[in-house]
Write a protein that binds this ligand. Structure first.
Ligand code: UDP
Ligand code: MG
Length: 326
């Protein structure tokens, strides 16, 4: 029996690169064709370009290429979730569609999960091939992942990971909107190997992530798997209330001792604005959580599938359910 590798690729704006990515996967797996077989699951995240046409053509020639077409743009993480639900392999490889993930390093990345007793193996790049602005965003995200969802220090989740079957099975149990893969993964396991390699430049086109999308993702990570921000808000609120109380006492005593002094208008305004601002921020934070709870109990879909190609017969239980709902 050959070991099946499932490659899951979220596709957005990659009509010019996806074919090369797929070719490289096929070429790499064929180096060990006696032991490994593959399936490639491409999820078109309602891309504005013609990537679906490219995928349809590729899939018509090769039944191992499967395509999921999402009805709406749901973002990378939801697209990956859709792909995961179709994957049948013993190992599931998650990679990008823009040729940045170094697929030729596949075997080195596979080793820790296959032989080393790890559940996940993740590529780590010494140098990210991205703009200074994006790099800053990545740093913020990394910090958040560490502090809020307890991502181990040396682990970096970039754009090239291999997971064992059971990890993915567990991840796709999450049915709520706003999926955040890093958080979902860390709920399952901490046995994550880190394999250093070089990231490549984007082959063509520009990234599908603009500022707003990145911000949305950040909000997902921020709120989805941690209540630490709420706790921090409580602490800050309590400290401010305490300071306010001391100031109150001070003002009263001061007034009693020196009745002729007129209390400062500007200091009063300053405190008022400070406290008012603080309350608004915390209310906003709580509102964000409440809103998300509301949307979750509202049964908003994580993703909606419009169509699939080459997916017949290989559908997992959760995928079938999803499809009938969607
Ligand atoms: N992506 C997606 N939906 C989106 C935006 C991006 O599925 O709305 C996918 C995209 O196809 C790619 C991955 O997310 O496979 C990473 O996107 P990108 O290359 O733009 O991000 P970067 O590599 O710059 O982090
Ligand atoms: Mg990229």
């Amino acid at each position: 029996m050959k070991t099946l590798l499932s490659f899951v690729i979220p596709c957005y704006g990659s009509e010019g690169t996806i074919e090369e990515v797929i070719e490289e996967i096929i070429e790499t797996v064929s180096q060990r064709a006696e032991a490994y077989d593959y399936e490639i699951i491409c999820v078109d995240d309602c891309s504005p370009d013609n990537v679906l046409t490219v995928l349809t053509a590729l899939a018509s020639r090769n039944p191992k290429i499967k395509v999921i077409e999402l009805a709406r743009n749901m973002g990378k993480h939801a697209a990956v979730m859709a792909g995961f639900s179709l994957a049948r392999g013993a190992y599931i490889v998650n990679l990008d569609d823009d040729f940045q993930s170094p697929v030729y390093e596949l075997w080195r990345l596979l080793e820790p999960v296959e032989k080393g007793g790890y559940d996940v193996s993740s590529a780590s790049y010494k140098e990210k091939k991205e703009s200074a602005f994006k790099r800053f965003g990545s740093k913020v995200n990394e910090f958040m992942a560490r502090e809020l969802i307890g991502q181990p220090k040396d682990v970096k989740l970039e754009n090239f990971e291999i997971m064992k079957r059971f990890v993915v099975d567990e991840i796709i149990k999450y049915k709520n909107p706003y999926p955040y893969l890093g958080g979902l993964l860390l709920r399952v396991t901490r046995k994550i190997a880190v394999v250093e390699m070089e990231e490549r430049e984007r082959l063509a086109g520009r990234g599908g992530y603009n500022f707003i999308k990145s911000l949305k993702l950040f909000a997902n990570g921020f709120t989805a798997f941690s209540v630490k921000p709420l706790r921090a808000a409580t602490v800050v609120g309590s400290v401010c209330a305490f300071i306010g109380f001391i100031m109150c006492l001070y003002t009263i005593i001061h007034r009693l001792l020196y009745p002729s002094i007129i209390s400062g208008y500007s200091s009063l305004m300053a405190v008022l604005l400070f406290i008012g601002g603080l309350i608004m921020v915390m209310l906003g934070l709580i509102g964000e959580y409440v809103g998300r709870i509301y949307i979750c109990i509202n049964d908003s879909p994580q993703y909606v599938i419009r169509n699939t190609i080459n997916a017949e017969g290989s559908e997992t239980e959760s995928f079938r359910k999803k499809k009938t709902v969607g």
